[in-house]
Design a protein around this ligand. Structure first.
Ligand SMILES: *Cc1c(COP(=O)(O)O)cnc(C)c1O
Length: 440
């Protein structure tokens, strides 16, 4: 029985969870404790010297959080994982572990807005420079590499353009340069795409989104493939003695687990964005039904994208699940179960009509999130990007009529009804305003 490799759905329910040895608790218990009792002084010394694996203090590790980490590592096909308080802190921990002043990152320009500012503003203040590449062509990433480049970074499917990364091509470029490919796979989740199978070395997630799924809890995770040669000379902090742990070496003492051990025992210890056990429990509840939910998210998204594309009130739809998208062929290849449920479209008539459309929606929620069980929409032109000129919007790749949608799990006909009535209302209101203006 233990020889068997369990399927994805089974692992979504069981990986990382064994019934509690004392009480037989079947669900993963919430170990709501900051700290854990040592058996004796030897035990304590061994734990502190990293000679023994176990919980000391919940900033560095907690049994409930460990169960979530094991489950996500299993679903991604990695050797292990470190959970964090949010997606943003998962990204920051990776950059902080791999880069220091004078180092350089090559990243896709089509990233989550928070990631762009973390790279472009906060890391720059610490002397870490990022070059953003405005295409999915691996050769353009290669051209941006520098001697001091330490990371190549991309998302699997970009938001809101729905561009699909060429992971294999990017992994080859990164590996020829001796640096890891780090992939934010939030929008696809391991159900739709496992970047490690396509050459990625490190996968990060905002577990807040589809993995948790219910829009209740923030969390992040870093998963490692365990195949990157950290002793290749580019990452001295992986091989040099670590004074705070008696001069052990992450690579020398822990081998393929060296990077994750550094992430936990040094970066989580020193920076501290740990996931709470309550949050880990909530997120695990979501992950248990990830396979069932993602299938339905994708089916609803495909139906809605097709409906929108056929509607004359809509000027364009960016969804890699549609043959009209430039990356459709790649999506069919690497995303056989579907291209996710976050995409964008334009309402004919520009920024004002877009704003009216959003206001007229009755079922879809207007807010800044994705990956909820409920359908969510956002109009960057009247919210996150309202202060930009039309030219600046165009440069950001966001036309002013663009609406982003994260399709939820409602009856799809109800979402279609909502979109239809809001389009009618927005166009009627716009026509009425134009008539009033003409009459003046
Ligand atoms: C939301 C999101 C993040 C940030 O995650 P938080 O959990 O909100 O910190 C990072 N990347 C992507 C693609 C996201 O959608």
């Amino acid at each position: 029985m233990s020889e068997r490799e369990f399927g994805f759905r089974t692992r979504a329910l069981h990986a990382g969870a064994v019934p509690d040895a004392v009480h037989g608790t079947r669900a993963v218990p919430i170990h709501q404790s900051t700290s854990f009792v040592f058996k004796d002084t030897d035990d304590a010394a061994n734990l502190f010297a990293l000679q023994k694996y176990g919980s000391i203090y919940s900033r560095i590790g907690n049994p409930t959080v460990n169960a979530l980490e094991e489950r996500l590592a299993s679903l991604e096909g990695g050797i292990g994982a470190v959970a964090t308080a949010s997606g943003m802190s998962a990204e920051f921990l990776v950059f902080a572990a791999l880069c220091g002043t004078g180092d350089h990152i090559v990243a896709s320009s089509k990233l989550y807005g928070g990631t762009v500012t973390q790279l472009d503003v906060t890391l720059r203040r610490f002397g870490i420079e990022t070059t953003f590449v405005d295409t999915t062509d691996p050769e353009a990433f290669r051209a941006a590499l520098q001697e001091n480049t330490k990371v190549v970074y991309t998302e699997t499917v970009a938001n809101p353009s729905s561009d699909v990364a060429d992971l294999r091509g990017l992994a080859d470029v990164a590996h020829e340069h001796g640096v890891p490919l780090v992939v934010d796979a939030t929008l696809t989740t391991p159900y739709l795409l496992r970047p490690i199978e396509h050459g990625a070395d490190i996968v990060v997630h905002s577990v807040t989104k589809f993995l948790g799924g219910h829009g209740t809890t923030l969390g992040g995770v870093v998963v490692e493939a365990g195949t990157f040669p950290w002793d290749n000379g580019k990452f001295p902090s992986m091989t040099e003695p670590v004074p705070s742990y008696g001069d052990l070496s992450w690579w020398g003492n822990f081998g393929e687990y060296g990077f994750l051990t550094k992430l936990r025992s040094e970066q989580l210890r020193d920076i501290g964005p740990s996931l709470t056990p309550q949050a880990a429990f909530q997120l695990m509840q979501g992950i248990e039904t990830l396979p069932q939910r993602m299938g339905e998210h994708v089916a609803n998204a495909q139906r809605i994208a097709e409906w929108l594309e056929a509607d004359e009130r809509i000027s364009y739809v960016n969804y890699a699940g549609l043959p009209s998208h430039p990356d459709h062929e790649r999506a069919r290849e690497v995303l056989p179960l579907g291209a996710g449920s976050v995409f964008s479209f334009g309402v004919t008539g520009g920024r004002e009509v877009g704003a009216r459309f959003i206001e007229a929606l009755q079922l879809a929620s207007h807010l800044a999130n994705v990956g909820d069980v409920r359908t969510l929409v956002l109009h960057p032109g009247s919210t996150t990007h309202q202060q930009l000129t039309e030219e600046q919007m165009a440069a950001a790749g966001i036309p002013d009529d663009l609406i982003r949608i994260s399709v939820g799990l409602e009856d799809v006909d109800d979402v279609l009804w909502d979109l239809d009535q809001a389009l009618d209302a927005a166009l009627a209101a716009t026509a009425a305003t134009e008539q009033t203006e003409e009459a003046r």
